[in-house]
Design a protein around this ligand. Structure first.
Ligand SMILES: [Zn+2]
Length: 78
């Protein structure tokens, strides 16, 4: 795909996803992502975005303060 913002080339890679709210910070490492090589904008495929949302919803009830997860490990439990 091409970057929606600058039309630059994108590459598939892995990124750390960070979700912050009032009570907790959830860090998920090695999330498959698509990153623009020109402007650095990060995109997630629909299926990945959906899984991230599920994971965050589930973890928000469990996590206090800060927690770090590996995407591969938490996605299987969804
Ligand atoms: Zn771009």
């Amino acid at each position: 795909m091409r970057c929606i913002i600058c039309k630059g080339n994108t590459i598939e890679t892995k990124r750390t996803f960070i979700q912050e709210d009032e009570n907790c910070i959830i860090i998920i490492k090695n999330v498959p992502a698509i990153v623009c090589s020109q402007c650095g904008e990060v995109y997630y495929k629909d299926e990945i975005a959906e899984k991230l949302e599920e994971i965050i919803n589930r973890l928000q009830n469990m996590v206090k303060d800060v927690a770090i997860f590996e995407f591969d490990k938490v996605v299987d439990a969804a």
